[in-house]
Ligand binder design. Sequence first.
Ligand SMILES: [Ca+2]
Length: 161
Amino acid sequence: MQLSQFGRPARFLSILLIAGLAQACALLRVTAPLPTDPVARVNGYSRDGNGRLVITITFNEPVKQSSVVVGKTLIVSGQADNNAAGTLAWSPDGKTVTFTSTKTLDQLISPRSTTDAFFTLTIIGTDSGQGAVTDASGNRLDGDYDGTAGGDYKMSFTLIG
Ligand SMILES: [Ca+2]
């Protein structure tokens, strides 16, 4: 009786401790677009006034901006260009980056081999020689959402023909 009454606050304290640790060790993740979101597969991009591809990517915490390098740790691949050149623009809080391609979206996916067209966004979490995206403290992106740092984020976009 007395033991179980004593156990309750101890359990509460350990839950607080675990929650605190989880907070301190928060993993860097992409929160939008989510690879599992079927709507984002179609709508997670846009075109600017010049027809260039624009993809806006949001993370859960500020990113070390120098770790995001187009063609190395952020790779956009279309049917006609498997490593599209482009520029990055960061939000003031460092959590959101917007990629704008140098070529137009039509150039990236043309000629289309099927009615539908596809392009992919890869953000590197596992360094295989070209670096990896990290947060401001140097923790690598949990790109595969498995709960441990590392793993690449891959998002497929489909243009319905
Ligand atoms: Ca991971």
